[in-house]
Design a protein around this ligand. Structure first.
Ligand SMILES: [Zn+2]
Length: 437
């Protein structure tokens, strides 16, 4: 009999690999931060002696959700400027507010607020893009959160760096500092084709190949972006990125609401990852990402919330539901993005996009114990014919009760283990006073 750290016994386990599988009355054996086995609960007690046993008979265990695109620290701008199109929102509100307020303290407090919200809604890993990425990384390590930290690049100066050279230099330094981290990895994060010129994009491609890390960029977010590129470069943004050698399995192309049929084929051929952010696209009226066509073409589609300033939450359960519904509405096909595909987009596909599929994204022996427990005894989830369907179409984040990251129990019966909610509330109120005042 093998001794293990933890046995989590659940009503249902939904491993995501294989696709659509639902295991009833199963347990996850966890040891040293990793999943040792997923097996029937009646066998678990015979095979393993667990130091801690957690019984969740009315819960479903799913892989921790992966938010493949966000700007965590922007949680402090939540609700600051609503009901505007992207360029007015950025030019008149967000960029001026960032120029005035963004610094180490802002990024630390904003990231902690975001991590707390994400853990409480079942997210165990996020892919970030923001200034002061070293501060974001530290906040994640301190909270025990998994993250892929974007090494930001943008043509204009900020409080973090003055020019392309300094952005790149600081990014490479951070990549080097984090290279042994178990929780935090890095990706290059050039903001968008319209804010980063060819020179820095070429350098990023070269370093990304050398360091073998992803490139995370907003692309084809709006029709306006495509028109601007046609006027300036005589080509669409995706064609420009292609000419710069950026289309490949390392690329995370965020948004992609403006796609022509030929472009979908070239994304599929190059194994580009598309990060779909349906709520941000809806709120900014940016357009509709053709998710059904992308999935049919074989493109890896993952989900992101985008920042809390354009969503306005970091709730991946909600994002998954909207992604499934919107794909049906936009394609006119009710079979588009069924529940199991939506869950895969929010877990394993995100891990794959971030180059983390060997470590997380499914409940598989050998992977990290990144696990989310959802209470299906809630009255609004009755009766439970199909737990996977209940999770995608019915469950809300209030039903998330327990979360583990790398085997560490970070949300325990809805209470955060590494962050203090009262302190987070107080700090958010202080920032609100300063920013609104
Ligand atoms: Zn974004």
């Amino acid at each position: 009999m093998q001794t293990i750290d933890t046995s989590i016994n659940a009503g249902w386990v939904i491993p995501v690999e294989p696709d659509g599988q639902i295991l009833e009355n199963h347990s996850i054996a966890v040891h040293g931060g990793k999943i040792v086995a997923v097996l029937p609960t009646k066998n678990a007690a015979k095979e393993y002696r667990a130091t801690e046993t957690i019984d969740l008979p009315h819960h479903a265990l799913i892989p921790g959700l992966i938010n493949a695109h966000t700007h965590a620290a922007m949680s402090l701008f939540r609700g600051l400027a609503d009901d505007l199109p992207l360029m007015d929102w950025l030019n008149l509100h967000i960029w001026p507010a960032e120029a005035k307020w963004v610094g180490e303290a802002f990024v630390r407090d904003g990231t902690e607020l975001a991590v707390a919200e994400m853990l409480k809604s079942g997210t165990t890993c996020f892919s970030d893009m923001y200034f002061f990425p070293e501060v974001t990384a530290r906040a994640c390590v301190d909270a025990g959160m998994r993250a892929c930290i974007g090494l930001i690049m943008i043509d204009f100066p900020s409080a973090w760096a003055q020019n392309a050279e300094e952005y790149l230099h600081k990014g490479l330094k951070l990549h080097d500092e984090l290279r042994h981290s178990e929780l935090v990895t890095t990706a290059f994060a050039p903001h968008a084709p319209y804010t980063v010129s060819n020179g820095p994009l070429e350098k990023i491609r070269m370093y990304a190949d050398e360091l073998d890390i992803p490139i995370h960029i907003h692309v084809h977010e709006t029709a306006h972006e495509v028109e601007g590129s046609l006027a300036q470069y005589k080509k669409r943004p995706l064609a420009r990125l292609s000419d710069l050698g950026l289309l490949g399995p390392r690329l995370l192309a965020v948004h992609m609401t403006q796609l022509q049929p030929g472009e979908i084929e070239s994304l599929a051929k190059a194994n580009v990852n598309v990060i779909h952010c349906p709520e941000s696209n809806l709120k900014l009226a940016s357009g509709f990402c053709p998710v059904h066509a992308l999935v049919q073409a074989g493109v890896n589609v993952a989900l992101g919330t985008d920042g809390a300033a354009s969503n306005n939450n970091l709730d991946m359960l909600e994002e998954m539901r909207i992604a499934a519904l919107l794909a049906k509405g936009a394609s006119g096909e009710a079979t588009a993005v069924p529940a199991h595909t939506a869950l895969r987009m929010a877990t394993l596909n995100g891990a794959r996009a971030l180059g983390l599929e060997a470590h997380t994204g499914s409940l598989t022996a050998g992977k990290a114990a990144d696990i989310t427990a959802i209470d299906l005894a809630d009255i609004a989830s009755q009766p439970v014919y199909e737990p996977l369907s209940q999770i995608v179409y019915t469950a809300t984040r209030e039903q998330v009760t327990n979360v583990w990251v790398n085997g560490r129990h970070l949300l325990v019966n809805r209470r955060l283990a590494t962050l203090d909610e009262a302190t987070l509330r107080e700090k958010a109120a202080q920032w609100r006073g300063k920013i609104a005042g």
